[in-house]
Write a protein that binds this ligand. Structure first.
Ligand SMILES: [Zn+2]
Length: 169
């Protein structure tokens, strides 16, 4: 069991854009397995490769609808309609901070699975939220970036305390 180190707010790798995966080779499969182990160890809902210091477009998550793990390779999504929904989010990379975030309620997701099979599915509610949160990570975006300026101001001192703890928590 390989439990990977989680990159914490302040780390540059969380602010960088991850590169597409070209070949789903043994190395990529090993990273995914290690990411699953880390997700379980930390009891997270989802984990993007940036969060373990790897700039590849890889996400693992637990599908809350069927309580089953899934890996999304090169995931993309688009909204099905304009309806948004507010829900509480936290992040393994931003420990101790929880806040309500507005996201699209229903999205269409495309990705490849670990066998290289093309996935194309509708997601709504919590699953849609997790996918949007994780794909944000692949683009260097954190959920706190999506909060209102007022809410960010409220969280500012907590955030600066995380930051001063250094690159790795
Ligand atoms: Zn996160």
């Amino acid at each position: 069991m390989a439990d990977l180190n989680i990159e914490i707010y302040g780390s540059q790798v969380l602010r960088q854009k991850a590169e597409p995966v070209q070949n789903i080779d043994a190395k990529v499969k090993k990273i995914i397995q290690d990411m699953y182990d880390t997700l379980h160890e930390k009891s997270g809902l989802g984990l993007a490769a940036n969060q373990v210091g790897i700039l590849r477009r890889l996400v693992v998550l637990n599908n809350p609808n069927i309580n089953e793990d899934m890996a999304l390779i090169n995931p993309e999504w688009k909204e099905v309609d304009t309806e948004k929904e507010t829900g509480e989010e936290g992040c393994l990379s931003v420990p101790g901070i929880y806040s309500k975030v507005n996201r699209f309620r229903k999205i269409q997701v495309t990705a490849q699975d670990v066998q290289g099979k093309q996935l194309d599915f509708l997601a709504d509610g919590l699953l849609a939220r997790i996918v949007q949160h994780e794909v944000d990570h692949l683009n260097g975006i954190l959920f706190i970036d999506r909060l209102s300026p007022t809410r960010r101001l409220v969280l500012a001192s907590k955030l600066s305390r995380i930051n001063s703890n250094g690159d790795n928590g």
